[in-house]
Design a protein around this ligand. Structure first.
Ligand code: AMP
Ligand code: MG
Length: 386
């Protein structure tokens, strides 16, 4: 669990609130006008015949009037202006006829109209922002509307990550026979950053037990969470699970999902360990489905899972029962403006372009088989509402 710290409001953006923000004032602080118009007593509104009033003052927002509105009088008032004594109703300017200092109103107005009551948004003592909330632009505004210049937030998690594999090369070196560029560290960097986590990049580790042992232990000593990718399946050079069992403990591994079946989860000392698969799409699926909710939980975030909903499928999907699949889809609107989802095409776990083309996962349950055009399927947008 991350500790807590006090930061200035702007620095709290994208952090997780550690304590409820309680309103110490009424918002709005005083009864005020919701319109530009004329303020008067509701009991003084015309019942059937038109009625005239003497305009005794003008009230601007932030400049209260000391006048008292009595029967037969009114004040001109601007939006946000504080209602003077005796007034509880505002008639909007478009519905008023004014000649000189005289306002004439027709009937049909309602006492209390166009007025914002003190404490209408928030009353003193209300929870304005509950702890566990990720601070967004609305919360920055809400906090400052209450006069909060600082907020208590969770400290960022320390997450160390590295890639494993003898075939992996850094982007700035030429590729030899059988070599590929290490892209998973960049995907992980991006996904962590999006969650507000400045990950600790520990580079590439070769497929050697001793090198992996050392890397695992170093990472576990400096981080709350360790993420690796590759070497977690059942190939000749897949040592992740073995090494994890030696230096820590394996909680579980192998899940009935596609892609991402080889996922090892465990602990090394105080650190939580996730051994992600090597295939680039599998890395992202395993991260979004398992690692991200866990990181959010460790941060004390209330909202941990992205929204899912059902939409009609455009096209068809091939699937065999027996695993939950996370296929890549494009949520779009048809020519009637109705939401639907279209698969991105080839769904291999190494085809990272499918993640780039997609804007959602199509989540297909364990027992389900093929899906036909027009059937309802569940989707999980990559950038969901929260
Ligand atoms: P592994 O689980 O180590 O057998 O890796 C599965 C597949 O993912 C292999 O084709 C690897 O070459 C590939 N792979 C593993 N790590 C990375 C990485 N960091 N970047 C890109 N591809 C990788
Ligand atoms: Mg490997």
């Amino acid at each position: 669990m991350a500790g807590i710290e006090r930061v200035s409001v702007r620095q709290a953006l994208d952090r997780i609130l550690a304590e409820d923000v309680i309103s110490s004032i009424n918002v709005p602080p005083h009864v005020n006008s919701a319109m530009d118009g004329y303020a008067l007593a509701g009991s003084d509104l015309p019942s059937s015949e038109a009625k005239s009033y003497r305009i005794i003052d003008t009230v601007l927002a932030g400049v209260p009037s000391s006048c008292k509105v009595e029967s037969g009088t009114c004040v001109r008032i601007m939006t946000g202006g504080m209602l003077p004594a005796g007034a509880d109703t505002v008639v909007m300017q478009e519905e008023a006829r004014v000649e000189g200092e005289t306002l004439t109103l027709q009937s049909g107005h309602r006492p209390g109209q166009n007025v914002r009551q003190a404490g209408e948004d928030l009353a003193i003592g209300d929870v304005a922002i509950p702890r566990g909330k990720r601070i967004g632009p609305a919360e920055l505004g809400l906090a400052t509307s209450l006069g909060c210049a600082e907020l208590m937030v969770r400290r960022p998690l320390r997450v160390a990550f590295f890639s494993t594999g003898d075939e992996l090369k850094s982007v700035d070196t030429p590729l030899g026979d059988g070599e590929i560029y290490d892209s998973n560290r960049y995907t992980l960097y991006g996904m962590l950053q999006r969650l507000g986590i400045n990950g600790i990049d520990m580079g590439v580790i070769p497929d050697e037990r001793q090198a992996m042992r050392e890397a695992f232990q170093t990472a576990a000593a400096i981080a709350d969470v360790v993420l690796t990718s590759g070497g977690v399946s059942v190939g000749e050079a897949d040592y992740t699970k073995e090494v994890l069992a030696e230096v820590g403990e394996v909680g579980f591994w192998k899940l009935a999902i596609k892609p991402g079946r080889p996922l090892a989860v465990g602990r090394i000392g105080q650190a939580v360990f996730f051994g992600l698969p090597g295939n680039p799409v599998a890395v992202m699926v395993a991260y979004y489905q398992f690692v991200q909710p866990a990181l959010r939980k460790m941060l004390g975030e209330k909202n941990r899972f992205p929204m899912r909903f059902f939409v009609p499928l455009k096209g068809h999907i091939r699937k065999r029962p027996g695993r939950t699949e996370f296929q890549r889809g494009i949520l779009e609107t048809d020519d009637q403006g109705r939401l639907c989802v279209r698969p991105t095409g080839a769904q291999g776990s190494g085809i990272l372009r499918s993640m780039s083309q997609a804007n959602c996962f199509i989540v297909l349950p364990h027992e389900q088989g093929n899906r036909a055009d027009g059937e309802m399927v569940e989707v999980e947008p990559f950038h969901a509402l929260s």
